[in-house]
Ligand binder design. Structure first.
Ligand SMILES: [Fe+2]
Length: 180
């Protein structure tokens, strides 16, 4: 998984939006933001994914397949929805099986976007309370496993002054040593 700062230039969200030259983001920076990831080869992935799921208490999972072909005319609207800046009260865990896409996570306190370019074999944990968004890339196809602890709570809380004081948001900032 490649991580770099998003260039903030206008243009299709599906483009790489990499600075020229690129500004890579280190594993240490992602650790500090509490964003976790593993690379697990897709061939025979079940054993390793099962181990991590067990360790971290992810009891349930399902599979999603998003593609321009599959969604047809609602595709463009759908990906705009994914791209709204939001947070969840739970972790968002994804293991990429095929295709690719970008998770953007907000670095605090800089408020810069960090782009995570995910591809098959990447297992990413987006912590509860971090502002983030997602988009497919120009290949317009991704298939991923979604893991969750109990019941899936996919409620997105869009960024707002109200969400800024959500206890999970406040807790997240505290956990990374940033005051709200
Ligand atoms: Fe999300």
């Amino acid at each position: 998984m490649r991580a770099y700062y998003y260039d903030n230039l206008p243009g299709d969200q599906r483009l790489p939006h990499d600075y020229v030259p690129s500004r890579p983001v280190s594993k240490e920076t992602l650790d500090r933001l509490n964003v976790k990831y593993w690379t697990i080869p897709v061939e025979g992935y079940e054993t390793r994914v099962d181990e991590i799921a067990k360790e971290r208490g992810y009891k349930n999972r399902d599979m999603i397949n998003v593609s321009k072909e599959g969604l047809g005319e609602i595709y463009e609207d759908k990906i705009k929805t994914f791209f709204q800046e939001h947070m969840h009260e739970d972790e968002e865990i994804r293991y990429i099986l095929s295709g690719s896409g970008f998770f953007d996570v907000r670095e605090s306190p800089s408020d810069e976007w960090i782009r995570l370019a995910v591809e098959p074999g990447d297992l990413v944990v987006i912590p509860a309370g971090i502002y983030h968004r997602f988009t497919l890339d120009e290949k317009n196809q991704i298939k991923a496993l979604r893991l969750f602890q109990d019941e899936p709570k996919w409620v997105p809380h869009n960024r707002s002054s109200e969400t800024d004081v959500n206890p999970h948001r406040v807790e997240y900032l505290k956990s990374i040593g940033v005051s709200a």
